[in-house]
Write a protein that binds this ligand. Sequence first.
Ligand code: 23J
Ligand code: MN
Length: 269
Amino acid sequence: MNNATLTNLATELATGAIRVVDLTVPLNENTPIIGLPEEFKQSPGFKMEKISYFDADGPAWYWNSFSCGEHTGTHFDAPGHWISGRDYTDGCTDTIPPEKFIAPANVIDVSKEAAADPDYLLTSDKLKEWESENGKIEPGTWVLMRTDWSKRTPEDFLNYAEDGPHTPGPSVDCMEFLTKERDILGFGVETVGTDAGQAFAFDPAFPAHQLMHGSNKFGLASLTNLDQLPPKGAIIVTPPLKIEHGSGSPLRVIALTTKKPLPMNKNHG
Ligand code: 23J
Ligand code: MN
């Protein structure tokens, strides 16, 4: 096989004409984990244990073992994670067709709105406004919600209060629009989960989980560096670990893009 597109891709990766951006947070014992109400079982965070480090346990080699919940750090939510998606035969980490792990990304910048209101909800009206400037959200593409939440301190990232977490996310109408009217591949966020902090009180509760996974679509949580991507044109690579009957997994999320976004300086010239 000799395909010009793949040859050009290799050339443009080698020359740097295509820029590779890492959308992944580091995994360590301080990587923030979602906390659920205390009646539910909690997910363990990331832990690492040394097997050997060029020592008596392994004189010429270094390696570790690690453990964590499937939904730790930058991670993939599979349809099988939620009750609405449990019966899809291609809905777990090992059964999703691999061609779904490479797809275009639409990046919706609501960082100013989220800075002004930690409970900010992305709506279908906001998406239609974005489409009028950037073009339609195509079927089979990702919608990534840029909030700059990944730039916050761990405490402000989770942003707990007496009445639960206060973090931005999608509205119910946003999820209905993206599943029914746009048929997207999935929805990705910079926050600890794809749903807003207060989404337990929405109807339906947790609409990103309930509606996305109910439509056999995916989630990506705890992304970073979304400010490095253009609104449209990037391609993201998102294969989760092939855990048998896995509900999701930590993963490395890599973006291929060309343009570096211009600084938003309105006072130039
Ligand atoms: C379990 C229960 C509720 C939620 C979540 C997990 C997540 O956000 C997740 O990581 O999928 S809201
Ligand atoms: Mn998750």
